[in-house]
Each structure stands twice: as C-alpha cells, then as structure tokens.
Ligand binder design. Sequence first.
Ligand code: TGC
Ligand code: FAD
Length: 393
Amino acid sequence: MAKKPDLFNSPDYYLLDELLSEEHKLVRDSVRSYVKKEISPIIEDCAEKAEFPKHIVKQMGDLGCFGPTIPHKYGGGGLDYISYGLMMQELERGDSGVRSTASVQGSLVMHPIYAYGDEAQKTKYLPKLASGEWLGCFGLTEPDFGSNPSGMITHIKDAGDHVILNGAKMWISNAPFADIAVVWAKNEQGKIQGMILERGMPGFSTPTTHGKWSLRASATGELVFDNVKVPKANILPHVIGLKGPLGCLNKARYGIAWGALGAAMDCYDTALKYSKERVQFGKPIGGFQLQQKKLAEMITEITKAQLLVWRLGSLMNEDRATASQISMAKRNSCEIAADIARNARQILGGMGITNEFSIMRHMMNIESVITYEGTHDIHLLITGLDITGFNAF
Ligand code: TGC
Ligand code: FAD
C-alpha cells in the first residue's frame, strides 16, 4: 500500500517558538524535513519486519544528529542543549528507535569518550562516530543488574599492557550493528571503569535480542565477553565509579525528555486531524465532548512538558541542571507520551490499531522508553530522595 505523506503539524499552543533562536528553528526544521522525507516513508515497514534501517546512521551523521553539543574539533556540532533537545524531539516524532540510535551514539558513546577519554581516544573515535561512519553502543545493564547497576559482575583483571574482560551485558541498543562498544566493568578493587571495545576483538560477541513488541526498528542485543583482551589504551582514564555511566545517562535522559514529547506531539496531531475528519452520528467526532476532553487534556500536557524541557535546556546550557531535574523531565515526558498515545489510539477507534497511523507504534515504543535509562519508578525515587533526603531505593 502506498504510504500516506507525512503531514505533521507541530502543536505550539503557548507560542513557544518565540523562545527559540533562529539557529534552534533551523536545526529543528532541518531534522523535521529529514524525518518527513527519509524516516516516515520507511518506518512502519521497518517496525513490522523488526529491521533496523542501518543506512540512516550515515544520514543522521551527515545531518549532525550525533554529538551535537560536542565541539567541532572532534566532529561534533558545537550546538547548545536546546538544539540537541529539538533534534531528539524531531527524531522521536518519527520513531523512538531512531531517536534511540542517536541518543546512544551521541550521549552514551561520544559523550563518555569526550568527557572521560584521553586525546588519542577522542581523535581516533569521535570524528568517525559523529559522521556515522562508525556506530557505537553502551553496555551498562546486566541480566541480574538493571535498575541497580552498581551490583554489576562484569569485571576486568590486570594483565600487563591489557586487561582481561569477562561477563555479559543485555538489552543493549545498537549492539548487533555496533562497530564499537563503551563497556562498564569492575576492576580488581571493585571500582567501575569504562572501556572501548572494537568489533572483532577475540572473545567479544553481540547476539541479537529477538521477540520485542517495542522499539522494533531499533536493534537490541547482548554483549558477551569471554576473556576479551582489552588494551589499557582503550580504558577511559578520567573517571572511576558509577558516576561515570550515570553522567552519560544525564545527557541521554535529557534527550529522552524532549524525544518522548515528540512522540506525544505526533500522536496528538494525528488524533486531532482524525477527529475533524471522521464522521459518526452525523458530525465529526471532534464535535463530541468526550473526544474534546481527550484532545484538550493532551494539548495541556504537551504544553506543560514543552515548557519544562525548554527550561531544563536553558539550565543545561548554563551548566546548572541537576540530575534530579533531568529525572523529573524524563519521567514526565514518558508518562504523558504513554497517556497521550493511548487516548489518541482510542480517538482513532479501530483504525488506531493499524500501521496506517503512527500511534500504535509510538504506544509500543514508549513502553521501552519509560523503562530504559532508568524506569519510571526509579526516576520517581530519585525525585523522592532529592526532596526528602531519604533514600527509598
Ligand atoms: P549512588 O550511590 O546514588 O551514586 C553512585 C555515584 O554516582 C553519583 N551519581 C551520579 N553522577 C552523575 N549523574 C547522576 N545522575 C548520578 N547519580 C548518582 C553519586 O554522586 C555517586 O558518586 P560518588 O562520587 O559518591 O561515588 O548510586 P546507587 O547505586 O544508589 O544508584 C542510584 C540509582 C538507582 C539512581 C542509579 O543506579 C540509577 O540511575 N539506576 C537506573 C539505571 C539506569 O538508568 N540504567 C540505564 C542503562 S543505559 C540505557 O538504558 C540506555 S537506553 C538507550 C536508548 O536506547 O536510548
Ligand atoms: P528491573 O531493574 O529488574 O526492574 C523491574 C521493576 O522493578 C521495574 O518496574 C522497576 O521500576 C522496579 N524496581 C527496581 N528497583 C526498585 C526499587 N528499588 N524500588 C521500587 N521499584 C523498583 N541498557 C544499557 O545498558 N544499554 C542500552 O543501550 C540499553 N538499551 C535498552 C533498550 C531497550 C529496548 C530496553 C527495554 C532496555 C535497554 N537497556 C539498556 C536496559 C534498561 O536500562 C533496563 O531495562 C532498565 O534500567 C531496567 O532494568 P531491568 O529491565 O533489569 O528492570
């Protein structure tokens, strides 16, 4: 069946465009056009077939979606955090899996190399990651340690000019196609260290995870380490401890706060249009109070979230955003996206469950987004700890 053109209109109820600079709008519009032209026409098929459209990695690199806040010197965009957020919003408006690919590459692979790596590592890896020539993944979660990564059992043993890595990571986005992996493991003192693995290192494999009903256009896999010799030159020298990976998660969670909002905006726009066209009982269903309630609540939540992420972006630009503020925004955007997708789906009636519309795909995707990078519960507990001072984990 021929795909319908992507006619997305971005909701902007409080004229928030006026808070954006010309550069922000340029960045947003170029990613929006890219998504309309290259992502929307293929994404339903990719999701249906559970195929990762690998060719988009180079396209997103060319567009500057990888490491937009990293300096030009290393191939990054040298942009601010609002630009980065807007990019993630637009990518996830297309599909959460597409935004995932960019989040992992920029925030979870390029950021640790940039923030914790030495000059040789930055020069070797960052430009190729920025351009999309190489794809990266980030290994923190383990089969028995998800919300509680400090318990990880993947470990390294000193062996002279290299270390020997053993263990396994699971649920790793991009893993099956990744050229490199930033992996977190415990050293012999039980301290967490980051290191860069390259595909082809003997003992390193990346089996694909099958059977996902969510994020189907994103490739997920395991990372298995069986006595992998990792040169010491590949260890990130400038961080030790859980604050290393959690520092990367701050950047990625920030991007998700904008991204999940993008998915919500797409669901709202689709439902609003449908409600004006679909006639039942002799009038458009948008004319019934019950449907207006859904739509009015959606735009209210979207507007509140738009203000929240914009303010968070301003704090990020001033280096004043706290990890707890980021958690609140990530949690809120995921929650409203899940609610909006579900209500939008109902507005479309039976059509809402088909792949003629993006809503059901967003709805299934958000189930991953609300879980990864810290679950909904974990982010609530981060807020709880921040406001009360009591750790309830
Ligand atoms: P805790 O004792 O609180 O902290 C250990 C050290 O880390 C520091 N820290 C942070 N640093 C930077 N940013 C943050 N957000 C930080 N939170 C804590 C802390 O100050 C301490 O430093 P130091 O110097 O004293 O050692 O750690 P805890 O073990 O009690 O854990 C806290 C908790 C539960 C909040 C944390 O473990 C957590 O966030 N858990 C959730 C795990 C998670 O988010 N996993 C994500 C895996 S990656 C992923 O999902 C990618 S999906 C990508 C995609 O496809 O888009
Ligand atoms: P668990 O930690 O087992 O949690 C199960 C339930 O228990 C959750 O509801 C949780 O909120 C609750 N719970 C846990 N602890 C508490 C507590 N103290 N109090 C109250 N409730 C609690 N990880 C990576 O490292 N890299 C990746 O690229 C990556 N990509 C992913 C892609 C996908 C599609 C998915 C689904 C996951 C990905 N993850 C990745 C893993 C993700 O970060 C974890 O799934 C997530 O952190 C939760 O861990 P878990 O699945 O083990 O759940």
